[in-house]
Design a protein around this ligand. Structure first.
Ligand SMILES: C[S@@+](CC[C@H](N)C(=O)[O-])C[C@H]1O[C@@H](n2cnc3c(N)ncnc32)[C@H](O)[C@@H]1O
Length: 298
């Protein structure tokens, strides 16, 4: 556990990866290094990738010794380029790869990053601050139909059209700049007046915020591109473990693994996704929606 992020399904992931002393592993979503730290402790060498400079900074400060001893290499980048990043770092053939998708607690909890509807902040939502387009741009520029599609498709938001209409009429008066501005429009589209409690606020906002985040970071596109590339990096018997947090991601993982199996590239180890124990769900609410799937290469 660390104050940046508490890793989910840690024991389960390590059980599947069967880390061996001296072998190479890729952590495609380094975050606060929760999974990486354990792989290192078990003697593995790790290439840790993250598109967020702040995650890399945190890890560099906390894993100085392992970095100095070349047990841990870090790279800034999107895992959709995992093949190129691995090649550049001489991690072409590895024993295992972990993807722990989505956001770290640090990203969610830092209001400046704009992911949180409970804390006011700029409408940003870029995991990689070098991305050209932020949530603010999408909200202020996209036509109503495209906003509606994003909220419906990536958030399964039943009130998507009313919210999109609300956005378009609000931005005629002034640009929508903050998470609070957006949250107010969503609340209005639901016809709810006055202060709401945290539970209601979360219920009203979570689908639209999730949808925007997915769109800004092209989360589904990155995942779709990354999985076949990751398979190409595994040595024979190597395993790829993917933890997802919503059904759209899980569907991509499930279908990609089924496709690999059909092409005789290996086998799905987890016929059903592995979920957190009741105890983990109790102490780490984030683990409640986590689903782990694992594939082993022939
Ligand atoms: C859930 S956190 C990982 C936490 C980490 N496993 C730990 O235990 O500390 C996800 C991390 O992956 C990064 N990330 C998400 N999508 C990415 C992508 N397409 N490419 C690179 N990094 C990504 C995020 O910036 C975030 O830091």
């Amino acid at each position: 556990m660390n104050n940046f992020h508490t890793p989910v399904l840690l024991k389960e992931v390590l059980g599947f990866l069967e880390v061996k002393e001296g072998k190479r592993y890729i952590d495609a979503t380094l975050g606060g290094g929760g999974h990486t730290g354990e792989i290192l402790r078990l003697g593995g060498r790790v290439l840790g990738i993250d598109q967020d400079e702040e995650a890399l900074k945190y890890v560099k400060n906390n894993f100085k010794l392992q970095i100095t001893n070349s047990k841990l290499l870090t790279a800034k980048g999107n895992f959709r380029d995992i093949d190129r990043i691995a090649h550049l770092n001489k991690f072409d053939k590895v024993g295992g790869i972990i993807f722990d998708l989505g956001l770290s607690s640090y990203q969610v909890d830092n209001p400046k990053r704009g992911f949180s509807f409970s804390k006011g902040g700029p409408l940003d939502m870029r995991m990689d601050k070098e991305l050209a387009v932020s949530a603010r741009d999408l909200i202020n520029v996209l036509p109503k139909g495209e906003l509606n599609e994003i909220f419906s498709k990536f958030g399964e938001e039943r009130n998507a059209l009313a919210i999109s209409r609300g956005i378009v009429s609000a931005r005629r008066i002034a640009p929508i700049e903050t998470t609070g501005d957006l949250s107010g429009i969503i609340q209005q589209a639901y016809g709810i007046k006055g202060e709401v409690n945290d539970f209601t606020r979360a219920n009203l906002n979570k689908r639209v915020f999730q949808a925007l985040r997915i769109a800004v970071n092209d989360e589904l596109g990155s995942l779709e591109e990354a999985l076949p590339k990751a398979l190409g990096l595994l040595e024979s018997g190597g395993r790829m473990a993917v933890i997802s947090f919503h059904s759209l991601e899980d569907r991509i993982v499930k279908q990609a693994f089924a496709g690999f199996e059909k092409e005789n590239k290996g086998r799905v180890i987890t016929k059903k996704p592995v979920t957190a124990t009741e105890e983990e769900k109790r102490v780490n609410t984030r683990s409640r929606s986590a689903k782990l799937r694992v594939f082993e290469k022939n």
